[in-house]
Write a protein that binds this ligand. Structure first.
Ligand SMILES: Nc1nc2c(ncn2[C@@H]2O[C@H](COP(=O)(O)OP(=O)(O)OP(=O)(O)O)[C@@H](O)[C@H]2O)c(=O)[nH]1
Ligand SMILES: [Mg+2]
Length: 440
């Protein structure tokens, strides 16, 4: 039997109301010991009453009792809506602990929901994404995962591999069943090719979903005085970084965040990169180079009027990165070249730069409205399966025997099951019986 857990579901601070959640077989009994009414319900019920510590009234509350399995966790659960004073909600939690509950660990309510079959692993993970979503678009993607649309993307792979695996096992173990389709080289090639294409597409869309979910890190680099800090301020629409005409004004990394078409852009303004004897400036420049290397995208800033060897150094530093080159101080340039991107941070003329960032993100409308496997763990498993699939396809084309291939196919199938958290009760015999009537 699982212990009854308790936790505060709302932030631990003063507010109008607070919600304390309990879940577990004993939660009605535990709450009855400090609630003014006995909780013994056979369907979900809302009750009004008092929290009592012996005879003393602690608070007047509303209590929601959920009868299993119709609760978030699938267990008997209680939500107490109290007044939002830390003294009150802490007192209620203490009473629950004193009467047999224990404090829930982070994510434990969700993990119980998963264990009780209320959701699969992808759905459980999406709850965290939903809570941490920083833009409306990121929230939309998390909601699609929560309602199961993302998990459905895995179904065709699961079905194909499960069917193939069962078919191979039946072919090997039950040769007397003559009416069962024979697995041959062509069949394996066909299934692998189809799924390789499908998974490659899933990964491509997943990477884009990942950008919408987690945002991207963009570093602004360039030699001193080209206007990096002015660009940061213009993009953030805020006077965040110090701007001056003295070279080497910015010494430490200045960070800011803004949302561009639903994508969170984590922006880093850095110290101007140049040869310097100044110790502190040198430390700042090393930080600039580190930020440049860590960034998903680099904005390299040049001031055309002063292009020199220091700028060439910047170009060599970014050559292996994804980058956008901008010519700032366009207001001072009379002859403009069609191939370059000009902006004027001083005059807030930065739309060209925003457009260039959007182009680099390469997001289309579909990325915002369709579910995608965008969680890092999930994408990692998919990439693994893709590699295994390519290997099986290759081995198969090199005429490796089917019973040797079947070990890799089984591993792939298990990985796909682990994606949705179903790998723990994998049983090949069960798989075969669910598909064929052998051994009846
Ligand atoms: N005319 C003009 N001046 C600009 C523009 N952008 C920035 N400046 C000026 O250029 C000078 C340097 O700007 P900053 O933004 O501090 O430059 P920085 O690249 O951050 O410099 P460091 O921090 O020293 O590396 C300031 O005097 C700005 O006002 C622009 O678009 N046009
Ligand atoms: Mg600066």
């Amino acid at each position: 039997m699982l212990e009854t857990i308790v936790a505060l579901a709302t932030p631990p601070m003063r507010s109008a109301l607070a919600i304390i959640r309990l879940s577990g077989e004993d939660c009605f009994k535990i709450c009855s010991s400090f609630f003014s009414k006995r909780i013994n319900v056979d369907k979900s019920t809302i009750m009004h009453g008092y929290i009592l510590d012996n005879e003393e009234k602690v608070d007047e509350v509303v209590l929601l009792a959920y009868k299993e399995p119709k609760s978030f966790t699938g267990e008997d659960s209680v939500e107490i809506i109290s007044h939002g004073s830390p003294i009150i909600f802490n007192h209620i939690i203490e009473l629950a602990l004193k009467n047999g509950a224990r404090l829930a660990s982070g994510g434990e309510f969700t993990s119980r929901a998963y264990m009780n079959g209320k959701m699969d692993l992808i759905q459980a993970e999406s709850i965290n994404d939903l809570i941490n979503a920083e833009s409306k678009e990121a929230k939309k993607i998390a909601l699609m995962s929560l309602d199961g649309s993302t998990s459905k993307l895995i179904e065709p792979i699961k079905k194909d591999l499960g069917d193939l695996l069962s078919l191979i096992e039946v072919n090997i173990d039950y040769p007397e069943y003559e009416d069962i389709e024979e697995v041959n080289k062509e069949k394996i090639t066909e299934i692998m090719s189809k799924n390789i294409k499908y998974i490659e597409e899933l990964i491509k869309n997943g990477n884009k979903g990942n950008i919408i979910r987690d945002g991207i890190n963009v570093a602004i680099v360039g030699k001193p005085n080209v206007g990096k800090s002015s660009i940061l301020n213009a993009l953030l629409n805020e006077d965040k970084a110090i701007v001056s005409d003295i070279k080497g004004t910015t010494r430490d990394v200045v960070e800011g965040k803004f949302i561009l078409n639903g994508v969170v852009i984590n922006l880093f303004d850095t110290a101007g990169i140049r040869e310097s004897d100044d110790l502190i400036e040198g430390i700042g420049i090393n930080k600039s180079i580190k930020k440049l290397n860590d960034a998903d995208l680099v904005i390299a800033v040049f001031d055309n009027s002063t292009f020199d060897d220091e700028d060439k150094e910047i170009l060599s530093l970014i050559k292996d990165k994804k980058y956008i080159i901008v010519n700032n101080k366009a207001d001072l340039i009379s002859e403009k070249d069609d191939n370059h991107l000009y902006i004027s941070a001083l005059n807030n003329e930065i739309d060209n730069l925003k457009k260039a960032i959007l182009k680099e993100l390469n997001l289309s409308k579909e990325n915002y409205i369709n579910p995608s496997i965008s969680n890092v763990r999930e994408l990692g498993i998919l990439k693994n399966v893709l590699e295994m699939m390519k290997k099986v396809k290759n081995d198969n084309e090199n005429n490796l025997s089917i019973d040797l291939l079947s070990a890799d196919i089984k591993d792939m199938y298990l990985s796909i099951l682990s994606l949705i958290g179903e790998d723990h009760d994998f049983d090949i015999a069960k798989e075969i019986f669910s598909r064929f009537c052998v051994g009846k």
